[in-house]
Design a protein around this ligand. Structure first.
Ligand code: CMC
Length: 429
């Protein structure tokens, strides 16, 4: 197979190199294009554009494959824990016992937030969306640890990564406690990562709280499934912001805001709201499938469709089975799960969805589990953010370690007015 592409522009012919990834994906390298021809490419929404090389996550949308650092998501979901997966993503390999111990110790040591930061929560209305609070708080961390923005100091960066992964739980739980008017619960160092978070979320000083091991296991699984997904909207945001040499906290704060959007991580909240709407409306699933097909309606089946997966989303497959298991174990009968299954069945039979290869994505069933675990709807995207954090960090680190990284700066095709004179106010029509 040729390793060059030929481009003809007018009477000019340009040879462009083709580069391959380790899974044989091919890309035409157009780095010299503008310099040699004056032309740029245009690719709205980056449908065909690789923004970077990356060694972190591989996914094949046609085959429904997702691997972190080469390890299939199915194996990680079955055998691993979130903290181990976080290490894998950030440092490239599964940790040995010693590495895992020292990483876990860092996570344990850095769980408290500065006492002054607790007062920040008072400044938000109790109706504030916790994603806005999370992003603001994560950005605020940069004001408390300004000395740790030195990328050349590996040891302090290791602390920064752990600090962020640890504190994000505390911030998320405090945002929830503030919203419902309960006292903040401090992290407990004897608890593991997910148990500690659950304790901060759901315990109250007035009575004892035991973390249910099934709930802890479900939390681990869901965080693992969300931990990375290569160059999605929020990760690309973290990379773009970070390419300006912006510190990690601020880059991640921007990523959180990108994730909040309903077409991205915010879809998990939207799915439950959609299912509740269908339930209120008498459970008429067909009506909503028809509405989603109607281009004048602006309604989409939330939790359906994916830019990359065109066969099935392997994460959705695992989550659907887990939803069944968890609800059964907890003895919960959630009518929304039945509506979700009916909706999926109806959509998968419908030519509109079949032709467009629209399948349930990671967000379709995750909210059903979060509900069963006791999380309010507006916290769902926050849970996605906690899970995605190791991925954001891994990408930010990979980009900063690459000496060829330049500031991200797309071109445009200008379609506005051509040059014209300034008209004084009294002469304007
Ligand atoms: N319901 C109805 N029609 C849809 C849907 C949907 N959920 N998703 C895509 N379509 C249609 C779309 O109207 C278009 O039709 P046509 O070819 O007739 O114009 C076609 O399918 C292709 O859609 P697209 O919007 O061009 O595809 P995209 O790759 O730009 O968008 C998506 C991907 C995920 C934003 C989109 O499928 C969507 O809006 N889904 C609902 C929101 C959602 O669940 N988001 C979570 C994504 S997965 C997790 C994450 O990234 O956070």
């Amino acid at each position: 197979m040729t390793d060059k592409a030929e481009l003809i522009i007018g009477d000019q012919k340009l040879e462009l190199p083709i580069i391959s990834g380790s899974e044989n994906e091919r890309a035409i390298d157009i780095a010299q294009l503008r310099g040699k021809t004056g032309a740029v490419t245009i690719d709205p929404a980056f449908m065909n554009t690789a923004s970077t090389k990356s060694a972190i996550t591989f996914l094949d949308g046609e085959k429904g494959i997702l691997r972190y650092r080469g390890i299939p998501i199915e194996q990680l979901a079955e055998k691993s824990k979130f903290v181990e997966v976080a290490f894998l993503l950030i440092y490239g390999n599964l940790p040995n016992k010693e590495q895992l111990d020292s990483f876990s110790t860092l996570l344990t040591r850095h769980s408290l937030i500065h006492e002054d930061m607790k007062r920040f929560f008072d400044g938000f209305p109790s109706t504030a969306h916790p994603m806005a609070v999370l992003s603001s708080m994560v950005c605020s961390l940069s004001t408390y640890y300004p000395e740790e923005h030195n990328f050349a100091d590996k040891q302090s960066m290791d602390v920064t990564y752990a600090r962020l992964i640890s504190k994000v739980r505390t911030i998320a739980a405090y945002a929830y406690k503030k919203e419902i008017g309960q006292p903040f619960v401090y992290p407990q160092n004897h608890l593991r990562y997910c148990a500690n978070y659950l304790n901060m979320m759901f315990s109250v000083p007035a009575e004892p709280y035991e973390v249910d091991p099934d709930i802890e296991a479900a939390m681990n699984l869901l965080f693992i499934l969300h931990a990375d997904h290569e160059q999605n909207c929020s990760t690309s945001t973290v990379r773009l912001v970070g390419s300006a040499k912006t510190n990690l906290y601020a880059s991640v704060a921007a990523g959180i805001l990108a994730l909040w959007g309903p077409l991205h991580g915010g879809a998990n909240q939207e799915v439950i709201e959609m299912l509740q709407l269908i339930q209120k409306d008498g459970g008429n699933v067909k009506k909503y499938v028809d509405l989603a097909k109607d281009k004048t309606s602006n309604f989409r089946l939330m939790g359906f469709g994916h830019r990359v997966y065109k066969n099935f989303d392997p994460r959705a497959k695992i989550i659907k089975t887990t939803a069944d298991k968890i609800l059964k174990k907890l003895g919960i009968n959630d009518p929304l799960l039945d509506i979700a299954k009916e909706l999926e069945e109806a959509a998968l039979k419908d030519p509109y969805f079949v032709e467009r290869k629209l399948y349930p994505n990671v967000d379709f069933y995750s909210g059903i589990i979060y509900r069963a675990l006791g999380f309010p709807t507006d916290m769902f995207t926050v849970l996605f953010a906690i899970g995605r954090l190791p991925g954001w960090i891994a990408h930010w680190k990979e980009m900063n370690e690459d000496p060829t990284t330049k500031i991200g700066r797309p071109r445009q095709i200008y379609t506005g007015e051509v040059a014209r004179e300034y008209v004084p106010l009294d002469q304007r029509k």
